[in-house]
Structure formats: structure tokens, C-alpha cells
Ligand binder design. Sequence first.
Ligand code: NAP
Length: 290
Amino acid sequence: MADISFIGLGNMGLALAKAAATAGMDIVVWNRTPDKARPLQDLGVIFAADPAEAILASPVIVVCVYNYDAAHEVLTQEDCASALEGRVLVHLTTATPRTARAMYDWARRRGISYLDGEIIAYPSDIGSDAARILVAGDEKALETSAPTLRAFAPEIEYLGTDPTAASVLNLAILSATLGRTIGTLNAAAICEAANIPLETFYKNIARDAEQDSDALVESLRKIANGGLETAEASVEVWAGISDSMTEFTRDTGYSPEISEFMCGLLDKAIKNGFGNYDVGALVNILRPDR
Ligand code: NAP
């Protein structure tokens, strides 16, 4: 029997399979388009003719395909589902909380030990210290698959038995990244409108990064522990800043929509009585009982 089987050899699946083979594991792979396995040819990897054959070859099966629908289509074929029974399924396709729950419930019904994992890395990071994987689900699945997962990423963070936890945290992390990215692109447009070189802007945000992140951590701490009533820079102060951004983008003919979106949230917080609060108080207008 091999150590581990892989279903899906796209950019990420291939990187995972390479890392496991390089770490000396016996691996079996299957991909819908067989040609994608070519880069593994010299690593002693076995190519299965179909996904059920790959599943039957190992106690641990790693699935990393495009999305939930693709994984569902492959795994719920009756020969694959029955081959999976009694085995460990590590699902590293990016999930939503809803799809993570659906796959876990299905696995439970079929007697499959299930772990949902979210990869916080690019394929080129896999196997290096830059890679991190969040996992949630059956503890037994984690115990069995941990040595394999560590070949992908030294840092494996287990979030407990709720199978949706990794996908929820992944969404939260991506929300922070996307929010930062969109705010930064608004900044790039503001600089461009006044011919300020982006290197000058970049130098300044690099300098301020540590201070900004300390302030953000402080706001998060206040959300968790209380203390939002006191602020070094209040919601009202930030509302004034976003008004200025809106005015400038409008004046220069650039789209004000990102600045206006920020103004809208801050104004709503002011209307709800949080004008003098820390900017973390914005969370109050996002809650279901707002
Ligand atoms: P990709 O390069 O587009 O590869 C997609 C894989 O899914 C291929 O192996 C493809 O098979 C397979 N596939 C698609 N539809 C299928 C179907 N109906 N039946 C069977 N196989 C099917 O994507 P990727 O970058 O490897 O991403 C895979 C997963 O990792 C995604 O969920 C992604 O969100 C996640 N992820 C990716 C990154 C990244 O930076 N790339 C980072 C973190 C997480 P074929 O080769 O036959 O098309």
C-alpha cells in the first residue's frame, strides 16, 4: 500500500504531490487530464487509471481540485465513495462554510474520516516555511494525516471538530487581504491623480505598516475585550478623512466609489451613536442585530 493518494494535479495539487514525493512518501496520483502528471514522472510516482484506483491504493486521500462541484462530481461516484469508506479524506479544495459542511456530512454518512483544509500559500510556497494550512474536522483524520500535511507546510493549525472552521477563518483572512488591497488601489489612484510617484507612496506605507498593524490589533483587542469608547483616532476623525478622499477623487475625475463606500460605513456608525468611538466600533453596524 502507498502512503498517500492525490486527486487533482492542477497548480496546487501538483505542488502538494511533489512535496510529498520529495519528502520520500510513496504516492499514487490521479488527474482528469493525465498529461498534468508528467512533471512527477521522475519522482517514482504511480499513476492510477481512475480516481477509485487511486483511493484504494492508500489510507490517506488528498483532494485538491478546482472547486466543490468538481470534488463532489468525482468523490460521489459510487466506486469512489465506497473505496473511501474507512479511509481518511483530506479535502484541500478551497471550500465555503456551506460546502465544507456538506462534504463533511456526506463523508460522515459514508463512514469516511474527514478533514477540511484551507491552504494559505501559493503553489511555489508549498514545502517551505512560507506555507500554512488551516484544518478542521475529525481529530482522527488529523492524527493520521499530520505527517503528510507537514510535508506541505510546517505550520498546520487545527481549529477543532467543527468542519466549517477552516473555511470561515480563510474567508476572514481573505477579507482582510482584499480590503487592504482595495484601499491600497484607491491610494494608488489618488497618487496617480496628482502625479505622485508610486515609489514615494510605497516607501511611506512600508514605513507606516508596523504602526498601522499595531493600531488594528488594538482595535481587535477592544472588540474582543471592551474599551471601544476610547479612541486615538475616532470614527468621526476617519469619516472626515474619507470625506476628503471623496472630494479629491471627484475633483480629479477619478472614481470616488471606494472613498464613498468608506464614508457610507463611517456615517452609518456615527448615526448609530459611535462617532467618538474607536474605529473598531464599525463592527457594531455589521452585526445581525444592528
Ligand atoms: P487549477 O490549476 O485550475 O487546477 C484545477 C484542478 O481541478 C485540475 O487538476 C483540474 O483537472 C481539476 N478539475 C477541475 N474540474 C474537474 C472536474 N469536474 N473533475 C475532475 N477534476 C477537475 O487550480 P489550482 O490552483 O490547483 O487550485 C486548486 C484548489 O486549490 C482550488 O480550490 C484553489 O482555490 C485552491 N488554492 C489554490 C491556490 C493557488 O495559489 N493556486 C492557493 C490556495 C488554495 P484538469 O487538469 O483535468 O483540468
